[in-house]
Design a protein around this ligand. Sequence first.
Ligand SMILES: [Zn+2]
Length: 432
Amino acid sequence: MDLLITNARYTVTSNSANEILENVSIGITDGKISYIGPDKPGAKKVYDAAGKLIAPGLINSHTHLGMSLLRGWSEGVNLQGFLELVWAAEGAIMDEATCELGTELGALEALLSGTTTTMDMYLNPVATHRGAVRVGLRHIAGPIFFDFPGLDGLQWHQRIERAHQWKDELAKIGGPYIPTYLMPHSTYTDSPENLTEVAQIAKELGARIHLHVSETEAENLDIAQRYSKTPTEVCRDTGILDVPTIFGHGVHLSDSDMKIAASKGASVGHCPGSNLKLGSGLARFNDMRKAGIAVGLGTDSCASSNDLDMFSVMRMAAHVVALRQSPADVDLVSIVRAATIEAARAVGLDDRIGSIEIGKEADLIAIDLHAAHLTPVHNLNALLVFAAGRGDVTDVWVAGDQVVASRTSTKIDLAELINRVNQRVKALDPLR
Ligand SMILES: [Zn+2]
């Protein structure tokens, strides 16, 4: 055994029985969980988890990490106003190196907050992936597609070329395993013809697809006027849903959309923080789950939700259910699972991560329970959703590699990164 995490006061497994174990040790061999049980001698390294809670690393199922550089840039606007402000800023600074820098910042914030995997849609994915892997994140990225040249200046045929090169690029960069994804932005920025082509390439490559779907009522109206369809129906009719697809947001899915998504195995990355902040609406978390859709939680970008805090997202997801339905409809276990195993299912990684079970990759976090706000423990799921925060995360492992130790990155220097970011964002000053 390479590592034994000993004597964890609690272990939240997110396994099929939702077991919470007390006072067990977890062994890791070759990056995978190889042992769960009483303390056992003989490991090469020991981590003392006395007084701590061990949980699966949280999974952020929809974000745009590079936009961490635009935290606080667009306030007091709805999605349309947001896009106008953000696209202007992105046009001014988002070259490849800057996308990489913003993604390093986002990846570091994610890991220090207990998030070990992110579904990241952003410009220049080779650069963003390089940056995120350097920081130690399990970073799902993919080539992006817009009809128009867009901020990366790529023509459509170049986007297609990049898609065909993507698997080789991933192999060159290395890092924790991720599935192959293609990421057309949405049905309102990509024509049905182009979506059809992306779906065809995804089939050829054995890739999955991530795109924004029904984030706002205005989007649904726009697509209805153009095509007399819902965004979900456009996805179905272009063949997008013939490959495993995860929708970003899905706030305004109709009952019929949910049936289509469930029957096609499409999943949703639910972002309550962004939806609340931009006034986009209250997604039907329980209805989507009841329809059979895998629903993961996500933050969206730091431009629309200002941070990458999955603990606050769990809390907001619960609040949205209480507000739309009632407090009695808040199933805390389902909220924790939406940040762990259900998010893993939503992004297509549930065979590898999302729960603490023998054979899974060791994406784990340690939470220090020795705190006034975490005492006493009557209900551990309530503690995770309503009381714990990202500052309580002390240590983080990705595939057995300790990427955060005592609240500090083992991979990059925070002060040096902050300095580089502050230098770079000065280029935005003329736009203020
Ligand atoms: Zn988004």
